[in-house]
Design a protein around this ligand. Sequence first.
Ligand code: A2P
Length: 304
Amino acid sequence: LPTHYALPSGDKIPSFSELLVDLGAWQAGEGEVSTAVKVALQAGYKHIDGAWRYENEAEVGQAIKESGVAREDIWLTSKLWNWFHSPEDVESALDETLRGLQTDYLDLYIIHWPIALKKGTYELDEALTADPYPTWEKLEEMVDKGKVRNIGISNFNIPRIKNLTANSLKYKPAVNQVELNYWNPQPELLKLSKEHGLLLEAYSPLGSNKQVKETLQLPEVQAIAKELNITPAQAIISWHVQRGTVVLPKSVTPSRIEENLQVFSLPKGLFQKLEEAATSHPPQRVINPSKNYGLDFDIFDDYP
Ligand code: A2P
């Protein structure tokens, strides 16, 4: 299986040795994020996927520093929160993230949601939601300034991708980070993304804490685990890499962090069985904060 994928910039992004630190201070116990980051880096993880919104960038930054792993040996991703899409807010939001992480550049900076909210509120900024290009231009400027090496998007569906890429972009989005799991495998988005050289990153790859148990008990997953003598989580994580996506499992449990680092090439027949099972039931999105953001439309509905 591929250990890395090449991005348009020429940079190589790790495909599986990564940890999503989507655990805010209110979700993780004291020191849990810090321990998770250190355990991951010491186990050989190469990619830490964070966000301003997770409210733990200072803890992540401190843990990276204390791990003793060199900055250039880590792929660091962060995300621009919905409050900071106005071009005049992008650079200060990025600077705050850089300060928290104790670094002077990110490997990847992503628009967290295709939804712009007025700063500090749940009031929609309709103009910047309808047209993210002014935000994107500012991100391009951040590349030219050397503050970020690659820029991307997250939670963009096909119409929204087309809406952004219809502009003549200086830099194309390098990745689109979206929910991908057994329940919501998004085969059309995956196919279109591959055709356009847009790499997908899978968040909630195990079905998130809401559905991880059900995922690991699926007969197709159990069959792979048994055949290859690996764990069900390893079977799922391997399936994602074999589909050609970056996979971002989330765990604060040291033994699972270690477990999730191992991927295995699945025999074609078993891979195909799992792929068919995943794509033949009606898709069910596990993560959808449209209501939490006070929106009167669904972020994932066709748009505009
Ligand atoms: P925990 O953080 O307590 O270890 P996803 O990556 O799809 O968002 O899923 C995250 C959920 O899956 C978390 O509840 C996490 O629990 C759990 N999890 C992560 N890795 C494993 C694993 N190898 N086996 C079982 N559960 C796991």
